[in-house]
Design a protein around this ligand. Structure first.
Ligand code: X8Z
Ligand code: ZN
Length: 606
């Protein structure tokens, strides 16, 4: 993939042409046939622009330089300009009785941009440039010690420290160090909010948060209610988990460090953002039993390398009857961190040409966490694979939560029995104690994540609406982290810090509620696929590995892309039209009972 100056010039010229040649505003009352022709044209033109953009974005993500940032900025500018224009043009069809497909596409067009640009070319240019810079700053971030003169560590090394170290001060240093790298991005972020809000207003939304919440086939207010409803279903389980983990950490670090009635210090949960806690499993393990769940050791013993890890992920999908990944996947993906250049290590999946050009971009470490992330990313790629023949506007998940849930659904079938078959663990825990160990380990990942998955966009929705002002960014962030997660900053913070900016999806502007939804949907999908596979026992004992009927069900839903409102896609797979946290609650029922027993007599909450 080469970008010569000529290729870039051609790119921006083509983009300019696409923008400069919108369909003529119809003078008469627009007809349904014109609407249909309009969306057909938009699909073609958008695909062209999206391919150019993702090509430039891929290059920038795997090789951060000023030049690649510039190329991606230009491509992004062209897409933003086109979208803003097309959405305004589409308004002429408001009130026209169009066919269902056209109506669906007009809706998808309206919510297609996560970072909408205003029509003013200068502002658009600034917005595109800021977007590339923000992600670049995150990708290049390094912490070189308090005085800036120590050994520089980047995200992979700091992540490793957070996962493995049990030394309070060492953890604190890694945590504060990483968070300090975000400070420089605050002014850019503020400006991004201002400009993109202008863009959102121009296309009829109150602000960008309002636009994001409008992408779920219901009103923004109803969507917000829906997320709260789901959270309410699972909060009791989270509260019990929090209570138990806090008590065990308090025992290990001392009650002076982890107080039993306060939020947990954010640097003690094994993760830079305290979003998933499985790395502290060894500190909170319920029972010492002989059947250790050490998958990392198994991977090491069997000499797994990154490619072998990805092959293992692929073999799960093919066992269900899905296709092998195309040869180009293996040629074009980035599996490991290149030594000779800066890249964005945060894992992602791509169909660069919107035509089965599947790739993943990761900086794989051979461990259990990345084995699960590989399944996650391949879930995206298999979604792309099933719908790449659809028109561009349909080349999306039923909603973004569906997209995030597919690979995770597969990973739910990576059970102890499956791992044992691969020789990655020695024995399958069969007794009650073993079961609780397995469930707790899963919950540290799945349940612990829920409030984090919810609060990121609670913060952003309020930032975009102006309820949270720049002078209050950091304080509001910590208020939410305390309220939802029950975690707190380990050291005093001020508004000269920009802690939200230390989480990839903030500078990269990726909406986050999708991951909250995905945590819940994956259990609902799992329950349905297990039923299709004829599984009868408790949900946590099911693996759909190798089941072609489950595979066919999955495939059928993926193939819909975004062509139908998500409740219909959900219905196709599960026979249900509502998102339901009940499957997740069922899955963890044994653990919930056990946790309540353990926490008896303790004061939970913070
Ligand atoms: O960003 C991701 C994926 C890429 S879509 C690796 N995830 C969220 C995160 O890392 O914060 C997956 C889980 C949540
Ligand atoms: Zn993802």
């Amino acid at each position: 993939m080469k970008t010569t100056p000529i290729a870039i010039a051609a790119l921006s010229l083509a983009a300019t042409l696409a923008v400069a040649a919108p369909a003529k505003q119809a003078k008469h009352k627009p007809t349904a046939a014109e609407a249909k022709a309009f969306v057909t044209k938009v699909n073609d033109e958008l695909k062209n622009l999206w391919v150019r953009q993702s090509n430039a974005d891929w290059i920038r993500n795997t090789y951060i330089t000023d030049d690649t940032e510039q190329a991606s900025t230009w491509a992004n500018e062209a897409t933003m300009a086109y979208l803003a224009n097309a959405i305004k043009e589409a308004a002429q069809f408001d009130g026209v009785k169009v066919d269902a497909e056209t109506g669906r596409m007009l809706y998808l067009l309206k919510v297609a941009s996560t970072v909408p640009a205003p029509s003013d070319a200068k502002q658009r240019e600034e917005l595109a440039s800021i977007s590339a810079k923000l992600e670049g700053l995150y990708g290049k971030a390094k912490y070189c010690g308090k005085d800036g003169k120590g050994k520089c560590r980047e995200i992979l090394e700091l992540t490793e420290t957070m996962a493995k170290s049990r030394n309070y001060d060492e953890l604190l240093d890694a945590w504060t160090g990483w968070h300090s790298t975000a400070v420089a991005s605050k002014p850019l972020y503020e400006r991004m909010v201002e400009i993109s809000n202008e863009g959102a207003k121009e296309i009829g939304y109150k602000n960008v948060g309002d636009l994001w919440r409008s992408g779920y086939d219901m009103s923004p207010a109803d969507f917000e209610k829906e997320t709260n409803r789901l959270w309410d279903q699972l909060r009791p389980l989270y509260d019990q988990l929090h209570c138990y983990v806090r008590a065990r950490l308090s025992k290990f670090y001392g009650a002076d460090k982890v107080a039993l009635d306060k939020p947990i210090p954010a640097h003690l949960l094994g993760n830079l953002w305290a979003q998933e806690w499985q790395n502290v499993y060894s500190l909170v393990e319920p029972y010492k039993v002989s059947t250790a769940l050490d998958v990392d050791a198994g991977l090491k013993a069997q000499n797994y390398d990154p490619k072998k890890l990805v092959k293992l992920g692929e073999s799960f999908f093919t066992s269900l009857g899905l296709d092998p990944l195309p040869a180009t996947f293996w040629e074009r993906s980035q599996f490991t961190k290149p030594q000779d250049r800066e890249v964005v290590c945060h894992a992602s999946a791509w169909d660069v040409t919107y035509n089965n050009d599947l790739r993943i971009k990761m900086c794989i470490k051979v461990n259990e966490e990345d084995l699960i992330t590989v399944h996650h990313e391949l879930g995206h790629d298999y979604y792309f694979h099933q719908y790449y023949m659809l028109p561009a506007l349909y080349q999306q998940g039923a909603n973004d939560g569906f997209h995030e849930a597919i690979g995770d659904t597969m990973a739910l079938s990576v059970t102890p029995a499956y791992l044992k078959n691969l020789g990655l663990i020695q024995a399958v825990p069969t007794d009650e104690k073993g079961l609780i160990n397995v469930q707790l380990k899963d919950a540290l990942d799945k349940v612990a994540f829920l409030p984090f998955g919810l609060l990121i966009d609670q913060w952003r929705w309020d930032v975009f609406s102006g309820k949270i002002k720049p002078a209050n960014y950091n304080a509001a962030w910590w208020a939410l982290r305390k309220k939802y997660q029950g975690v707190d900053t380990p050291v005093a913070r001020s508004e000269s810090d920009f802690d939200p900016g230390a989480k990839y999806h903030i500078p990269a502007n990726v909406p986050y509620t999708r991951y909250f939804l995905a945590r819940i949907l994956q259990f609902q999908f799992h329950r349905a696929l297990c039923k299709t596979a004829g599984h009868t026992g408790p949900l946590h004992t099911c693996s759909i590995y190798g089941n072609k009927d489950a595979g066919a069900k999955l495939k059928a839903m993926l193939a819909l892309g975004a062509s139908k409102p998500w409740p219909e896609a959900l219905y196709a797979m599960t026979g249900e039209r509502q998102m339901d946290a009940g499957a997740m609650a069922d899955y963890f029922a044994p653990l919930y009972t056990w946790l309540k027993e353990q926490n008896k007599g303790m004061t939970c909450g913070w």
